[in-house]
Design a protein around this ligand. Sequence first.
Ligand SMILES: *Cc1c(COP(=O)(O)O)cnc(C)c1O
Length: 462
Amino acid sequence: MKYVSTRGQAAPVDFVEACLTGLAPDGGLYVPDTWPQITPAAPSESYVQVATRILKAFAGDSLSEADIAGLCERAYASFSHHSVAPLMQSGPNAYVMELHHGPTLAFKDVAMQFIGQLYDLVLSRRGERMSVVCATSGDTGGAAAAAFAGASHVDLYILHPHERVSPVQRLFMTTTGASNVHNLAIDGDFDDCQAIVKSLFADTAFSAQVQLSGVNSINWARIAAQSVYYATTQAAIGPDRPIRFIVPSGNMGDAFAGYVAARCRLLAGFELVCAVNENKTLATLLADGEMKREQAVPTPSPAMDISVPSNFERLFFEVAGRDGDKVRRTYDQYRQSGMATLPEEVRGPLSCTGLSALMVDNRETLNEMQVFLDETGALICPHTAVGTSAVRSLPATEATTIVLATAHAAKFPETVKEATGEDAPLPTRSQSLIERGEVFKRVSNDLSAVKDYIRSNMVAEA
Ligand SMILES: *Cc1c(COP(=O)(O)O)cnc(C)c1O
């Protein structure tokens, strides 16, 4: 199994290389050269068994089945629920898929725990060490910290905007106590953090010197690992039952993983609605084929405050008949002018993918948190509420409705309180966070300050 770039100008690589590299050298995203056809999950299989089969199909010959089984066992042992992604019934023929049983209470743990194990195995075999950098507005940083804490061959550098992430989100990043996890609080906003990370990668000399790697939402391992819970959900609902998935979306990584599951024949059919907040670029893209650069606006669901959904590029590549030139030209135009229109000939295929998007505004989101509580007695996080709210405006269906619950309510206690008046305490297993000391370093919004920090840390270790 080889991985090709969506911009058509990078050499094909294997699974391990695609995952360690992140972005392809031509600026594109890696996708498998063909979609493997995988036997659907059986209700009798454990999550780890299904994950092992699916990830082995994606890994091809780059890792053995025993390797993958070990990675999955260790990754999912960190979850508090042995089903990893259990379903909670929320109404007749309607369920919520709980993706928040991992160590940092958000769905990003599902992929990040696997990535942490993968990097450590591969790098220890190669006798190499890498510097993983990530910019975070909240959940990604915590998930990466939990995944890489104590890893023997990785230094993790998390850049978060100083005083602009929620207190609970910050706790998950800054209290690991691991000497290989470095938290940099940047005097700026999330876009500044992201710009610094981009510049670090663009500096090829620096990037080679510190063996830079990224685990943001375009990393193929994240998509691959996230496709697993779509397969286990199909098995739980019934192998032939049609399902309508509702996915709270930002960068569209989670939603694209559902599309991948369908392409690999892991699902009985395919209907997936991306539920987006007031940052509705994805809805405009899917409906009108227009891509426009806009400043992201803050909403009650901050993990979805994304101006351009990066994983859309993978879907574009598919509906463009895997024509990398077409994708590259469109993104070049976008980069130059801040605007692009999808080529006419991809619009038809795009409307036949089974994917659509629906926008839910801030008021509806907060209102939904109270309505869902009244109906089920359960508190949901504001991202999940964008999903359950979207369901209410969709046409009725025979299909089973599954909303992906992307985070635990306790990660957003201020919003829960505002919307419902209820407290959302951390589960017992996370409470020790509060007692542990936070460690982070305040750094000015300056590329060279971040470079100096990473370099001096490498020297200190050598
Ligand atoms: C990251 C995140 C999302 C958005 O997921 P994408 O894969 O970027 O679409 C939704 N909800 C929560 C809680 C998240 O952390």
